[in-house]
Design a protein around this ligand. Structure first.
Ligand code: ADP
Ligand code: ZN
Length: 717
């Protein structure tokens, strides 16, 4: 009898399950209806593919993404899985052939699109009835809901499944679902007391940078020059700008193509295909690009223009790094874009909808203007808790200097007060700087605060006002007229009872680009080999092997077959089919360069963590907290000393638990450890918010994080 882990090792060549996968697979194998919310790249496919291989009968996967089906099936076949698909791209003859294979039980996993294949429900049922079906997997399950962003009416016919096949379990999977959509999915599919698994939506390997839009082009060119080997997407707002930017980039010698809905279909498909097959490195696109793209090695996503809301930003940046390797999301932000986009928010004859759109846009702008961790801001927006510090966004990576800005704040707040709290940011700045603009009326020019901020630049004032908003000393109204108002906190500052501290960015720390030292030249050689094989097999290259696999080869330099099996991605079939070719390439390279195998460095995870590559990435600020902790200071003392919150300090220290340098019981009492472990077992969840809710006031976020780090290092007790 095979276990899920055997299948993972042998058929897919991976050594361990990711956080929720095992529990999800166990739930499905116990024939329970199961709902899975996991971000893109989280590893949803294995959640139904592995049960499919362990069940006797056929697994039917329903997916709306016709364009992806062939790739998915090709990928499975390369791992020796008997898979096939049925959709309208097949000829009648081809469809008949697939049907035949199914009847002869030669297929374990069948992908179908609920589109034209079945004209009506009855036909769909007639097709399914005679089959020995073990499992239904509904991919992109949010398509069944009108509340989701991608409603597909044909998904509604899936409601018949539970009625006619009450004994067959259903697994529903999606990467996007708010509360409303989630409920809708469960209801519409009529899932029976489903087990629900919600993963954190944090994409840890994506690093977020938001840069000023001034001088964006030199920044972009410089970045592209340093990442010539990598694939990436550059999003622009308009069709025209995608074309002109792609042209410019080609002139600068980059391999780039445009993509937007206005291009001929043939050309669009060609550009997409070139990109997927790694023959073109950069695609310059409108947001029309990306749906139904499964390319796992997108290393960066640029936004030259501001996205309309945080949902879009998250989805578009989420196309980077599906293979789990570090990737960058870089956005250029300027206030001009905000003004431009506001026009798009107005939806004719629908003031309610317009208002929502405008609020979402303002939130997006706030994300760009915030001086707090970008990741935290985003996670909070999606209803998840997150500590103050992520260590991989531009804010966290910058070094700041604090200074007393009480006088600056007093000037700004009294200007707002004198102007009767009736004006927005721009007017207040003009007023403070003593502008001669006609907008400012005579009586206003007579006020004492008029011109008191003339010594400070416009942009600087904008930053100060924004900081005051973020810190809660000012409130900006939502809606069409974002007027500035005073708050409870303003009064104390105006009366001189409270000091205000601003922060100024001084430097950006350079992050280390690669986690592990690898042989750069060998990596390129392996890519060439992979691309050749992909061409022969007529599949995208990442279907042969992901970048992760090639990177491991170029890092650990396996010298024989037994070492090769330790590399992630080499299942039994791929080992037979491609093992020798890749091994030869590595061995050859090592001979020429006199390099030994480094496979010993690829410890099982538990031991590897102790010498985590993070050590090098670990920032000074964490180290500072750690050293204070080692010198005997308590968390509260360190927090006071460093002028940081206790939860930030706890978060710093959690990293040292993961590396084994702090023992868990130095930070958390045994009773609490037990309590937290229980909650984690119950919810099986990385979402700190859910756990905190469950555990209540007594347990802090930092304590939960510490226990999670501890479990990562040691496994559950
Ligand atoms: P999703 O459908 O959630 O976007 P996928 O199922 O396509 O994600 O998985 C994303 C990538 O992660 C794929 O390349 C897949 O092979 C890889 N992957 C999934 N699970 C594991 C695992 N347990 N170990 C290593 N790689 C994995
Ligand atoms: Zn951050």
């Amino acid at each position: 009898m095979s276990t899920p882990l055997d299948v993972l090792n042998k058929q897919f060549g991976f050594s361990e399950f990711r956080f929720h996968q095992q529990k999800i697979i166990e739930s499905v194998l116990a024939k329970k209806d199961t709902a899975v919310l996991m971000p893109t790249g989280g590893g949803k496919s294995l959640c139904y593919q592995i049960p499919a291989l362990l069940f006797d009968g056929l697994t039917i996967v329903i997916s709306p993404l016709i364009a992806l089906m062939k790739d998915q099936v090709d990928g499975l076949r390369l791992n020796g899985v008997a898979a096939s698909f049925l959709n309208s791209t097949l000829s009648v003859n081809e469809q008949a052939q697939v049907m035949n294979d199914i009847r002869n039980q030669q297929i374990k996993i069948l992908y179908i699109a609920p589109e034209k294949i079945f004209i009506n429900e009855q036909q769909f049922l007639n097709f399914l009835k005679p089959l020995n079906i073990s499992l239904f997997a509904i991919d992109e399950a949010h398509c069944i809901s009108q509340w989701g962003h991608d409603f597909r009416p044909e998904y509604l016919q899936l409601a018949v499944l539970k009625k006619h096949f009450p004994e067959v379990p259903i697994i529903a999977l999606t990467a996007t679902a708010d509360e409303l959509t989630r409920k809708d999915i469960l209801e519409k599919l009529k899932l029976q007391s489903p087990k629900i698994f919600i993963s954190s939506f944090n994409r840890e390997n994506i690093h977020y940078y938001i840069e000023p839009k001034r001088n964006w082009l030199p920044y972009l060119l410089n970045y592209l020059k340093e990442h010539k080997e990598d694939s990436g997407i550059i999003y622009c707002l308009s069709r025209a700008s995608t074309e002109s930017l792609a042209d410019d980039l080609m002139e600068y010698g980059f391999s780039a193509k445009p993509y937007h809905a206005g291009l001929e279909k043939q050309q669009r498909d060609l550009h997409q295909d070139l990109f997927i097959k790694d023959k073109v490195k950069i695609i310059v696109a409108t947001i029309a690009f990306g749906l139904g793209i499964d390319k796992s090695n997108v290393r960066y996503v640029f936004h030259v223009d501001l996205p309309k809301n945080i949902e879009s930003y998250y989805q578009e940046t989420g196309r980077a790094g599906r293979d789990g390797i570090k990737s960058d999301a870089i956005l250029f932000y300027g206030r001009g874009d905000l003004v431009k986009l506001k026009k798009f928010c107005e939806i004719e004859n629908n003031p309610a909808q317009s208002k929502i759109m405008l609020e979402k846009l303002n939130k997006m702008a706030r994300l760009c203007e915030t001086q707090t961790c970008r990741r935290k801001f985003m996670m909070n927006y999606f209803g998840e808790e997150y500590p103050d510090y992520c260590g991989s966004c531009d804010v966290c990576l910058s070094k700041y200097e604090k200074f007393d800005g009480t006088i600056i704040a007093q000037k700004a707040l009294s200007a707002v007060a004198r102007l009767d709290q009736r004006y927005g940011v721009n007017f207040v700045i003009d007023f403070l700087r003593g502008s001669k603009s006609e907008k400012i009326m005579d009586w206003q020019m007579q006020l004492k605060t008029y011109g008191v901020g003339a010594d400070t630049g416009k942009e600087e004032w904008r930053q100060y006002l924004n900081d005051l908003i973020v810190m809660g000393y000012l409130h900006q109204e939502e809606g069409q007229y974002p007027v500035l108002k005073l708050t409870e906190k303003s009064r104390a500052v105006l009366k001189g009872e409270e000091k205000v501290t601003f922060v100024k960015t001084i430097t950006r720390k350079e992050v280390e680009q690669k986690e592990l030292p690898y042989e750069v030249e060998l990596f390129s050689l392996l890519k060439i080999l992979r691309n050749r094989l992909a061409e022969e097999a007529r599949v995208p290259s990442y279907i042969i092997f992901s970048d992760t696999t090639l990177l491991e080869l170029a890092t650990y330099l396996p010298q024989d077959f037994s070492e090769l099996t330790k590399i992630s991605g080499f299942g039994e079939i791929k080992l037979q089919r491609y093992g020798k070719m890749f091994l030869d390439e590595v061995v050859d390279f090592c001979k020429k360069n006199k390099l030994p195998s480094r496979i010993m460095n690829k410890f099982p995870k538990r031991q590897r963590k102790t010498r985590s590559p993070r050590t090098s990435e670990r920032s000074d600020t964490k180290l500072e907290s750690f050293e204070l902790f080692r010198s005997g200071k308590s968390i509260t003392e360190i927090a006071t000393l460093r002028n940081l919150s206790a939860s930030t300090i706890e978060n710093h220290l959690a990293h040292y638990i993961e590396s084994g340098e702090i023992e868990i019981d130095e930070l958390v009492t045994p009773e609490k450890i037990e309590q937290i472990e229980k909650a984690i077992q119950l919810h099986g969840d990385l979402s700190l918010g859910v756990l905190k809710n469950e555990l209540g006031e007594d347990v802090s976020y930092g304590e939960i994080r510490a226990v999670i780090s501890f479990i990562k290092l040691n496994g559950s007790k």
